[in-house]
Design a protein around this ligand. Structure first.
Ligand code: PEP
Ligand code: MG
Length: 328
């Protein structure tokens, strides 16, 4: 099978009945960035900026961040790179910025922390913008958004940084393109505010890992309740289906960047729902490309209908397995 997957990896990612899918990459480490340059992905759907922050002993300076982001943006200059602003807190601690909380996943994480520390946020945004000088491929994404207020506040700071960097760009005669701004959909409250959010941002990206955790009230890293954490829970699937329909109705591009997008059964279900952009770890790219090329859209919709009426995630798995077996 792996030979068959390799042989087809360079072909366009389209189902047998002509539905085109964009496959993007999740990255954070420089070795992953190198893979991106070699792969046939459609760009970086999620660049986790907290990873280089976690590997250091102190906050990287603006200059150090410019260097880092510039390498990433230049690695795929013709493709879009969605850089997520710092998403620390929760399960991602910074050794030099300790946070002690009883409920870290419900606490100071993602944009909550950076909006309380605009000096950290502004340095990061300025660094992203400076790194993008002369290029057109930067997009900025906000993690852990739970209300429109946070989007407004973050957008105001991004505008502020943009005008500062623009002064410099004008002085030096360099091109500075205003980046598109998007939000992660990973906190359940935003599922009920998608039309409002759509008025404030350019794109959505579903963080199915956190969305699963928050919808099911299951800590994604607690082994004691690991059996309850499942993105194929029928309620999670319904939420994912609802998001893509609302995004389409509001004409706003939407990607899924959680783990489910890089799993064969998950990718097929997401395609059946109407998602056309999936972002995944680089090592899943070839496999998912192969899966897409070997299914057809109508079948994925049929599988989705079965999954949406299932009572348990085990039932969903058995529908997926039956389908995959039948495809050989
Ligand atoms: C997610 O929550 O699905 C996601 C992609 O972000 P992270 O796993 O980095 O929290
Ligand atoms: Mg997340």
């Amino acid at each position: 099978l792996s030979e068959r997957i390799d042989a087809e990896a360079d072909k366009a990612c389209e189902t047998q009945d002509g539905c085109r899918m964009s496959l993007l990459i999740n990255a954070g480490l420089s070795v992953e960035i190198e893979t991106v340059a070699r792969s046939r992905g459609n760009g970086i759907g999620l660049y986790r900026t907290e990873i280089p922050f976690m590997l250091r002993e102190s906050f990287p300076s603006e200059k150090e961040q410019i260097k880092l982001y510039s390498e990433v943006l230049h690695c795929v200059p013709e493709q879009q790179v969605t850089m997520r602003t710092l998403d620390v807190g929760g399960d991602k601690p910074l050794p030099y910025f300790p946070i002690n909380e009883e409920n870290p996943f419900l606490g100071w994480r993602g944009v909550r922390l950076t909006l309380d520390h605009p000096e950290i946020f502004l340095v990061q945004i300025r660094a992203m913008l400076k790194a993008s000088l002369g290029l057109k491929n930067l997009q900025i994404m906000l993690p852990m958004i739970s209300s429109v207020n946070e989007v407004q506040e973050a957008t105001r700071l991004i505008e502020q940084a943009f005008f500062e960097v623009r002064e410099e760009a004008i002085e030096t005669g360099q091109l500075l393109v205003k980046p598109k701004i998007g939000v992660m959909l990973e906190v359940p409250s935003v599922l009920y505010q998608l039309p409002q959010l759509a008025k404030h941002v350019d794109f959505f990206s579903v963080g199915s890992n956190d969305l699963t955790q928050y919808l099911l009230a299951v800590d994604r890293n607690n082994t004691r309740v690991a059996g309850l954490y499942n993105s194929y829970h029928p309620a999670v699937l319904s939420a994912l289906y609802d998001i893509v329909r609302q995004a389409d109705a509001n004409q706003i591009p939407v990607t899924v960047c959680g783990e489910i997008a890089g799993e064969p059964g998950g990718a097929i279900l997401l395609m059946g729902m109407g998602y056309r952009r999936l972002s995944m770890n680089a090592h899943n790219l070839r496999k998912i490309n192969w899966v897409v090329r070997n299914v057809n859209l109508q079948e994925s919709k049929n599988l989705l209908s079965c999954a949406l009426t299932a009572h348990t995630h085990q039932d969903v798995y058995s529908h997926i397995n039956d389908y995959l077996e039948q495809k050989g």
